[in-house]
Write a new protein. Structure first.
Length: 84
């Protein structure tokens, strides 16, 4: 039941909502947009996998310990990936 005309989710937005996705707090629409983006974006699949590894290492979601500095570093990494 995924609608076809959902607005595309940019990488920047995916990074913002990734912890909500992993905790199953996204609306069905945003979840569909998230998964549609993942299907087409290797950088975000890599990011999601790294995020999951971080959770495994910490034993919990890192959202509260993820400073804006750390987030910016991740976004920088994104820009690097997209230039590949
Ligand atoms: Zn992406």
């Amino acid at each position: 039941m995924i609608e076809k005309d959902l607005p595309e989710m940019p990488c920047r937005e995916l990074v913002e909502v990734i912890s909500d996705y992993l905790e199953d707090r996204l609306s069905p629409v945003d979840r569909a947009r998230f998964e549609a983006h993942l299907a087409e974006c290797e950088a975000c699949r890599t990011y999601l996998e790294q995020f999951r590894q971080t959770i495994r290492a910490l034993g919990r979601l890192p959202e509260e310990s993820l400073s804006s500095e750390a987030r910016n570093a991740l976004l920088d990494a994104f820009r690097g990936w997209s230039h590949r």
